[in-house]
Design a protein around this ligand. Sequence first.
Ligand code: FE2
Length: 345
Amino acid sequence: MSKTFLPLRELKPGMRIAETILNDYGSIVISEGTILDDHMIKKLVNLKYGEVRVIERDQNFVVSEISESFNASYNSSVNSFKSVLYDAAIGKNINMEKVDKVVTSVVARLNEKRDIVRCINQIKSADQYTYTHCVNVSLLCMLLGKWMGFSKDKLLMLVQAGLLHDIGKSKVPREILNKPSTLTPEEYEEIKKHTIYGYRILEKEHEVDQEVRIAVLMHHEKIDGSGYPTGAKGDKINMMARVIAVADIYDAMTSNRVYREKESPFEVFHIMEEESVGKLDVAVVNAFLNNIAAYYIGDFAKLNTGEICEIVYINPRHVSRPIIKVDDRYIDLMEERELKILEIL
Ligand SMILES: [Fe+2]
């Protein structure tokens, strides 16, 4: 492996970036060690970089293969989790071997953060929602745990808890779970019980850590005590449950886009910043927003004025209102409130 400067036209997916690339605002566009994919190469071309220092890898190593392998393992995780849920629904013991296999394959993706972010943002089909949601939450938990500095053991537990968080839904009647119209108060009470059902299902599984069971029980608790099933507040809520809550809400929010107009990730960040106050753990939300938003530096986006902009800087305190560049002007969206990012290009 050698480090070389290459002009843009010679960049290929699979090459590893040897030096962090900054934009003229000083924000990181691509960090050292990142493996190039088509999206990043397009970004560099748009940004008109002259040449880039890369480490060349084995000739046949291309990123599209990583993405395909990511998709394949994602789909197989979703399928095997489908059968775990089925077992739980018919009262059989859950197949912990299958659960552990999915957990291992999720954790193996630790270094493919971009694939995860992209995969989770894809619009999901509504009928697959339950299974994909569980796998997505476990992937998001893995990212969050990593960003928050969880130890390897805790990370494995967190990923397992994320995967199993809604296992209790297998005990909630389908008619209620899939009801398209508003739930009656009784039906809502029944849905809420999935937390307790989940705890009970896992109680039968001796190899599951008690902390995982508690996390599953508490994943709908809210910081201000307005959650369920116990109404616990603040740090009385299990830490892993607070992480799952953020992953759960983010995935639910991006999945709902199936039914309404597609929203830009920045709109979703805005909703999280606004609506999470008092409900979600601020430290978890911040870890999430700051890390996930960094993937959009250097991306081009369309504004509500029709203009095209480049995202140049993301303020950690206002992730949803970045500094953008339109032609040669820098615009702080914190100040220009009427401007909105409609879509990432
Ligand atoms: Fe839930």
